[in-house]
Design a protein around this ligand. Structure first.
Ligand SMILES: NC(=O)c1ccc[n+]([C@@H]2O[C@H](COP(=O)([O-])OP(=O)(O)OC[C@H]3O[C@@H](n4cnc5c(N)ncnc54)[C@H](OP(=O)(O)O)[C@@H]3O)[C@@H](O)[C@H]2O)c1
Length: 299
């Protein structure tokens, strides 16, 4: 990964009030990184809507829950309709799993990792972006912001000609389609929706439940892997503390499309993500959503 020298930002001396009154949605805010961010922002005065399957923060002031199974595109569409996009200052996408050793398919016929870690984000983003922040009470000098958590900058460009892994399946290649897709969601949205700003976050390795589907939940392999990751990497809470000032920083306002590494330093997008490639990947993604029976919002 290479640093992006054009994008510099500075931590505000006292960022503890930065989110007072902000309206935030965290898609995937019920677990892992999304949950850590939701709890932190709510503790700093934001009103946070979390979307996920299992609500773990009932009774926490400032956190509201929308239950959804985001492996299904029709559920993603429903979430897009339910979200009060018009009043949101900030949207964070963190929903994800890791591809299983054997190919899994959703009830709508989509490879499961692709559906949960990427395609539902496309459906929700297209559904909310045109309305995003249009009735916002927040700071008029800052456009509504979208942060997409994935693994940008790592050089993955995906395989649009076999996005659904029907010709061949390998867990790692399938997951890399979601990595590439999420990076392209940022780059595509920058041009598509100039009324908002879009950023990619690469948290590096964090101890969460994300690898359960790959190693097997509570398996010996899973416990060993997460213990090692726990020794070597920050917790989701530590990452959230570190990244939070970036989410509110005015310094990045003119840098829609920027990507940030685990230390919140700007990194360059993956080489190979040309306009032509992004168009092809987005067309393949839209075709798959439509094949699953959901009409994706245009533009
Ligand atoms: N952890 C890492 O080492 C790491 C490294 C690089 C990138 N990332 C990226 O960071 C993001 C967040 O990962 P994480 O580590 O925080 O993962 P996590 O702890 O497993 O959390 C994933 C979130 O996704 C939700 N989710 C999973 N399946 C869902 C479904 N079918 N419907 C609705 N929600 C669903 C979970 O909600 P429920 O629990 O309610 O189902 C949870 O809120 C992902 O994009 C991941 O690729 C993580």
């Amino acid at each position: 990964m290479k640093f992006d020298q054009r994008v510099k930002w500075h931590r505000a001396d006292d960022a503890s009030h930065a989110f007072q009154g902000w309206r935030v949605a965290v898609i995937g805010g019920t677990g892992g990184i999304g949950r850590a961010l939701s709890r932190l922002l709510a503790s700093r005065g934001a009103h946070v809507i979390v979307v996920g399957q299992t609500f773990r923060d009932a009774g926490t002031p400032g956190i509201e829950f929308i239950k959804a199974d985001l492996s299904l595109m029709r559920e993603a569409q429903r979430v897009a309709t339910l979200l009060p996009a018009e009043t949101l200052d900030l949207v964070i996408f963190t929903t994800g799993i890791f591809a299983a050793p054997e190919r899994q398919v959703t009830a709508e016929g989509i490879e499961r990792d692709l559906a949960v870690s990427y395609l539902n984000r496309l459906v929700i983003l297209r559904g909310i972006a045109p309305r995003l922040g249009v009735e916002r009470a927040g700071d008029a000098r800052m456009k509504p912001r979208v942060f997409i958590v994935g693994y940008p900058g790592g050089g993955q460009i995906g395989t649009p000609d076999d996005l659904n892994a029907e010709t061949s399946y390998k867990a790692m290649s399938a997951h890399m389609n979601t990595v590439a897709g999420n990076e392209m969601l940022v780059l595509d949205a920058v041009k598509r929706y100039p009324q908002a700003t879009f950023f990619g976050l690469n948290p590096g390795l964090i101890k969460t439940n994300i690898r359960d589907n790959f190693f097997g939940k509570d398996s010996l392999k899973s416990r060993i892997a997460e213990t090692l990751i726990g020794w070597l990497s920050p917790s989701a809470d530590a990452y959230a503390q570190h990244i939070a000032p970036l989410l509110a920083s005015r310094d990045i306002e003119a840098h829609s499309g920027a990507m940030f590494n685990r230390k919140a330093r700007a990194i360059l997008p993956s080489p190979g993500l040309t306009d032509t490639h992004i168009r092809q990947f987005m067309a393949a993604s839209e075709a798959l959503v439509s094949r699953a029976g959901t009409r994706i919002a245009a533009p």
